[in-house]
Design a protein around this ligand. Structure first.
Ligand code: SF4
Ligand code: SF4
Ligand code: FES
Length: 481
């Protein structure tokens, strides 16, 4: 229910049932905070979010102040400013001043709040309390106890989200620290989110730390292709001097409250490595390197009496274009892709058994996934066009059926098919193109191109086969379905 409140003498409308910090952010009013997290609720331990509430005798923590109709709060008053300075001074009593060598620089809340609200030199005359540094909590997490502000977000993550309870607070007073329980390591499939939720440089990723300063990286909005959940991600990338293509440094979760909220699984997060490696760079006819266009023109000769095998990772635009091509040249079409399914691997949170991103796209375009039908098609045709699919590689029976056929392999990756194909044509992979996919819950999502690649998009290759631009209106297509 929407109600009106006054913030710093300005009236705004907010949702009464939501958290005050969360609602104010929608109006670009940022309340500094460490312990509150939209997914893990209120803890009330950091006091960084203090505000003044009209009628209240003392300052209140914004994270735990219920929204009431006509309430009036002050977030910029002289008193609030003083409170923020005082809390930051407290935080810095034992925090090491090592920003220049800390991996969190550029995305550290403590550093940003210091610049926004504090900027005072330390008054401390006694030595700082030493704690443990560089603790390896395994599963790619390195912990620095001295940098911790004890917000307990990491502890609450393992309690309420991964439900694995590996972390806890030990000791008392200024010796308090985050630790793993004896003989337990952070072995859960979502453990890297602990690094994301930590507002400072206390939990760092072994995989990413010291690889690149975050402010050098460019970021694109994308969708993980690791399984059919379609978690929303950021792709952080950068082109190195003299390098041909950008390098992807990391995938990070992007908030989508209908799908993955603030999180993603570790397998999906590390799948950025697959995007960086085994790229099929050149076109080949037999074993001879040729230009892409020469390979495409040669492949056109095989379009008659063909079967098209399409990957469940192709986006809707590509699937629809390939379907149009199949109709035009009277080719058979199959989306068989059993090897993308890992039965029993999924959980009841994000991870799905189906390791493909757009199987529902195949369904909506009525592209057959039946194995026997595919075998029948292969037996009756001469030429097999593989559109970025790995399905054949994992199936001995299919590979045997293709022995006396011509294989035209259109692929973003180098794999065993490259060896046996008559023609290989390189195409861009998902981080190098934009598109639309449908996740396992039938949510239609668009993603952006992160990397500009030298290789052609699959859709442009299909246009070359057709001899004209593929004209697609995905919104119209979805409306018709
Ligand atoms: S390690 Fe990070 S997330 Fe955990 S309590 Fe310390 S500051 Fe908070
Ligand atoms: S759950 Fe699936 S879509 Fe989400 S991050 Fe993991 S692999 Fe990617
Ligand atoms: S965010 Fe409110 S007390 Fe920490």
């Amino acid at each position: 229910m929407l109600v009106k409140i006054r913030v710093d003498d300005k009236e705004i409308e907010v949702n009464k049932s939501k958290n005050l910090i969360y609602e104010l952010k929608k109006h670009n009013i940022n309340i500094p905070h460490f312990c509150y997290h939209p997914q893990m609720g209120v803890e009330g331990n950091c006091r960084m979010c203090l505000i003044e509430l009209k009628g209240a005798k003392r300052p209140q923590i914004a994270c735990d102040t219920p929204i009431k109709d006509n309430m009036e709060i002050f977030t910029k008053s002289a008193n609030v400013k003083k409170l923020r300075e005082a809390i930051l001074e407290l935080e810095f009593i034992n925090h090491p001043l090592d920003c220049s060598v800390c991996d969190q620089v550029g995305e550290c809340s403590l550093q940003e709040y210091y610049m926004d609200y504090d900027l005072q030199p330390s008054r401390m005359q006694v030595p700082k309390v030493d704690k443990e540094k560089h603790l390896n909590y395994e599963n790619g997490i390195i912990h620095d106890q001295e940098r911790c502000v004890l917000c307990t977000r990491c502890v609450r993550f393992t309690k309420t989200i991964s439900k694995t309870d590996e972390l806890g607070v030990i000791k008392r007073g200024d010796t308090s620290a985050i630790a793993v329980f004896p003989n337990i390591k952070t072995k859960n499939r979502y453990s890297q989110n602990i690094v994301d939720v930590c507002p400072v440089g206390a939990m760092t990723s072994e995989d990413f730390r010291f690889k690149r300063r975050v402010y050098f990286l460019k970021t694109a909005n994308s969708i993980c292709h690791g399984c059919s959940k379609g978690c929303n991600i950021y792709i952080d990338h950068e082109k190195k001097k003299y390098a041909k293509n950008d390098l992807i440094y990391r995938f990070r979760p992007r908030v989508n409250e209908n799908i993955n909220n603030h999180f993603m699984c570790d397998d999906g997060r590390y799948s950025y490595k697959l995007e960086n490696k085994n790229t099929l760079e050149f076109a080949f006819i037999k074993n001879k390197k040729v230009s892409d266009i020469k390979a495409i023109n040669q492949a056109k000769e095989y379009l008659k009496n063909a079967i098209f095998l399409i990957s469940p990772n192709c986006n809707l635009e590509e699937m629809s274009a390939i379907k149009s091509l199949a109709k035009e040249v009277n080719a058979k079409l199959s989306g068989f892709s059993e090897s993308y399914i890992r039965v029993g691997d999924g959980d009841d949170y994000l991870i799905q058994d189906d390791k493909s991103a757009n199987r529902n796209g195949l369904k909506i375009l009525e592209i057959s996934q039946d194995f026997n039908e595919l075998k029948k098609y292969i037996n009756s045709c001469e030429n097999i066009f593989i559109f970025n699919s790995k399905a054949m590689l994992a199936c001995e029976e299919l590979l045997n059926l293709t022995k006396d056929k011509n294989i035209i392999n259109i692929s973003s990756k180098e794999n065993e098919l490259v060896e046996i194909a008559n023609i290989n044509i390189p195409c861009s992979s998902f981080s190098q193109k934009s598109g639309t996919i449908i996740n396992c819950d039938n949510i239609v999502q668009k993603y952006d191109r992160a990397i500009i690649s030298q290789r052609m998009d699959l859709i442009d290759i299909v246009s070359e086969f057709l001899g004209r631009e593929v004209d697609l209106d995905i919104d119209l297509l979805m409306k018709e379905k």
